[in-house]
Design a protein around this ligand. Structure first.
Ligand SMILES: CC(C)(COP(=O)(O)OP(=O)(O)OC[C@H]1O[C@@H](n2cnc3c(N)ncnc32)[C@H](O)[C@@H]1OP(=O)(O)O)[C@@H](O)C(=O)NCCC(=O)NCCS
Length: 266
């Protein structure tokens, strides 16, 4: 073991993620050439994000969450954008970046916001999780804001959530945060009288909180999980479609002012 002390450097650019030690490239202290072939991609992702290698149960949970993010069809904004930017004649990296740039409050970005709420709201002092969930929903609705991690365009119950919930129970990650997440769903639905299911973003937010991952990693986890799907869509667009895709005639309309004369300049 090296004698290095983490954070002791006075240099401007510092990192504890990866670097060179005694001529070896290490990732969080583990030699990269030893990690190659010995850890899965999900284990490597967990290692860089959390700083430690996962246990077997943490690995399985991480794998499951990343697979849940991998793709959800051609419809979501990220895929439409990625394919459209490629279709305009740009390289794959620009198209992937365009897809990633759509990931915001309503698509993918909800994991970060939702995990922030869970981690900030569910302190050790909270004894009645259900009552606290009701209170949080009440406070949130006063702000007239949508609760991140809840609601879905297609589902009354998100099948990805249900699967992750089962796995969280199996692997031992169904603790207070998951209880809180489900109690918020129940409180939101009781209040609004419409289906507002805990969606895959909210479920992942609860599980990463159980795993001790910071809410700041939330959107990143979705991005890491979704990029393979974006790449596959772009390659498909490349192989299958003619360039310059545009909205079909008849699928859109102009509803601005009719033809009018441009004022003459004196
Ligand atoms: C995902 C989402 C865009 C789907 O929306 P949708 O099913 O098309 O729902 P609509 O935009 O038609 O809204 C329907 C009603 O439900 C309400 N609603 C929808 N999601 C809500 C939420 N998360 N919290 C509170 N109310 C919500 C809307 O305010 C609207 O209420 P109104 O009828 O009184 O105006 C929406 O639920 C949302 O913004 N969720 C939060 C962000 C999120 O979790 N995104 C990840 C999706 S996987």
């Amino acid at each position: 073991m090296s004698e290095r002390t983490e954070g002791s450097s006075t240099k401007n650019w510092r990192t504890s993620v990866a670097g060179q030690v005694d001529g070896k490239t290490v990732v969080r202290g583990y030699p990269l050439d030893d990690l190659i072939g010995n850890v899965s991609f999900a284990e490597g992702i967990y290692l860089v994000l959390k700083g430690e290698l996962p246990s077997e149960k943490e690995r399985k949970m991480m794998e499951a969450m990343l697979v849940a993010c991998i793709d959800h069809g051609i419809g979501p904004p990220s895929v439409v954008s990625a394919r459209t930017v490629y279709s305009g004649g740009n390289p794959l990296n620009a198209a992937v970046a365009a897809g990633v740039l759509t990931l915001g409050d309503h698509h993918g970005g909800a994991i970060e916001q939702c995990a922030k709420i869970y981690q900030e709201q569910l302190g050790a002092d909270v004894t009645d999780v259900t009552a606290h969930a009701r209170q949080v929903v009440e406070d949130f609705s006063k702000k007239k804001k949508r609760f991140p991690g809840y609601g879905h365009k297609l589902y009354k119950r998100d099948p990805r959530t249900l699967r992750i919930l089962d796995l969280a129970k199996e692997y031992g990650f169904s603790g207070r945060y998951v209880e809180f997440a489900v109690a918020i769903q129940d409180a939101l639905e009781a209040q609004s009288q419409k289906p507002l299911p805990l969606n895959v973003d909210g479920m992942i937010a609860a599980v990463i909180s159980e795993m001790g991952l910071s809410w700041k990693t939330g959107k990143g986890i979705f991005i890491i999980g979704r990029i393979p799907g974006l790449v596959a869509h772009i390659v498909e667009e490349w192989n299958r479609e003619k360039p310059f895709r545009r909205l079909e005639e008849g699928s859109y309309e102009y509803d601005g002012p009719g033809v009018r004369p441009v004022p003459k300049k004196s």
